[in-house]
Design a protein around this ligand. Structure first.
Ligand SMILES: OC[C@H]1O[C@](O)(CO)[C@@H](O)[C@@H]1O
Length: 342
């Protein structure tokens, strides 16, 4: 890292992100890279000049110590990361099969026992959220499904959701990144986690799981999106990633500027990655830019274009993260009404 990742003064003000879940080492045949979707998102947000609270756990081993060291160097707070004695830090063996990552995810590791951070950490982030709310800036709590595999994390995630999302005095949405990593997933968890979620990111297979039927065309997806938006009263936005075909965003009636319930989804293309090293972390990259735009109240379409563009750039990294600050220089200050070119 070559310079500070603390918020740059020209950046528009932003709400607060609380990111909960796994931190681990992605072990490729030739190198180890920091990973875990929530860590990747928190890392990217810090790179964009935001100050997320990352809630996770590492072991008191060399791998855990190195994670904490790297987070501090990057300007990412470790206040929400527990160090658990006698437990191993998370690791994943990553291989590429026809260019697609295959993950062998070790079970029973430190991030399977994430405690709720202590009162003073929770109170100080709540204070920041209140201040953001007073300025009209939304905040957000992000989680996925991998960390949800352990019963104790289920409790932590629900406690954090209740603690932050049920506070009437603050504007905070839950961002649920379904991000299935089979076999560490149970479709029944969707029934636990969809109610209360405001923004949901999912791919086409995950959307079929959620809809309870195979969705094979864009009109199928559109019909399913309307059903889901009707079914879940908190749901404002379904973000569907379509791989090389880009992404689409279905908004609830109240979130659409037109206010017309049956509006078409906003669709954006994905620039072809150049170079293409591996797609590990591309979905996390997309989520990160969407979150940064949301926390800054930026309009949806240009944010989505920035998001697919950044996801393509991450495909040019080995693994999901970089420690070069220049990699994270996205101009969120460019005229928000000007849609960036594809
Ligand atoms: O979180 C599970 C896995 O998914 C990734 O985040 C990529 O999206 C990897 O870094 C990690 O091994």
């Amino acid at each position: 890292m070559t310079d500070s990742s603390i918020a740059r003064s020209q950046d528009p003000p932003a709400g607060v992100a609380i990111i909960v879940g796994e931190v681990l080492w992605d072990c490729f045949p030739d190198r180890q890279v920091l990973g875990g979707a929530p860590l990747n998102v928190a890392w990217n947000l810090a790179g964009f000049g935001l100050l997320p609270l990352f809630v996770s756990a590492v072991g008191d081993d060399d791998l855990g110590t190195e994670i904490l060291r790297r987070m501090r160097l990057w300007g990412l707070s470790t206040d929400g990361v527990a160090v658990l004695p006698g437990v191993s830090t998370g690791t994943v063996a990553v291989t590429l099969l026809n260019g697609e990552p295959q993950y062998e995810i070790v079970r029973g590791v430190a991030y399977d026992q994430i405690p709720v951070p202590n009162e003073s950490v929770l109170e100080s982030v709540k204070q920041r959220i209140r201040e953001a709310t007073q300025q009209g800036l939304p905040s957000l709590l992000y989680h996925g499904t991998l960390a949800y595999r352990s019963p104790s994390n289920r409790e932590t995630i629900h406690r954090l959701r209740d603690h932050f999302a049920d506070d009437e005095a603050t504007q905070l949405d839950v961002f649920f990144d379904i991000n299935v990593r089979k076999p560490h997933y149970d479709v029944a968890w969707l029934d636990d986690l969809m109610p209360g979620a405001g923004l949901v990111k999912l791919n086409e297979d995950e959307m079929s799981d959620l809809a309870g039927r195979k969705l094979s065309s864009s009109s199928d997806r559109r019909a399913a999106a309307r059903e889901l938006l009707d079914k879940y009263s908190n749901l404002k936005c379904l973000l569907v990633t379509l791989g090389a075909d880009g992404a689409e965003c279905h908004l609830s009636e109240s979130s659409q500027s037109s206010g017309v319930g049956d509006a078409k989804p906003i669709t954006v293309a994905a620039p072809e990655p150049d170079p293409l090293i591996d797609p590990v972390g591309a979905g996390d990259a997309f989520a990160s830019v969407v979150i940064a735009g949301h926390l800054r109240n930026l309009p949806v379409e240009p944010t989505l274009k920035r998001a697919t563009r950044f996801a393509s750039q991450v495909c040019g990294l080995p693994g999901a993260t970089s420690d070069e600050t220049s990699f994270y220089r996205i101009d969120f200050t460019e005229d928000p009404h000007r849609v960036p070119d594809d």
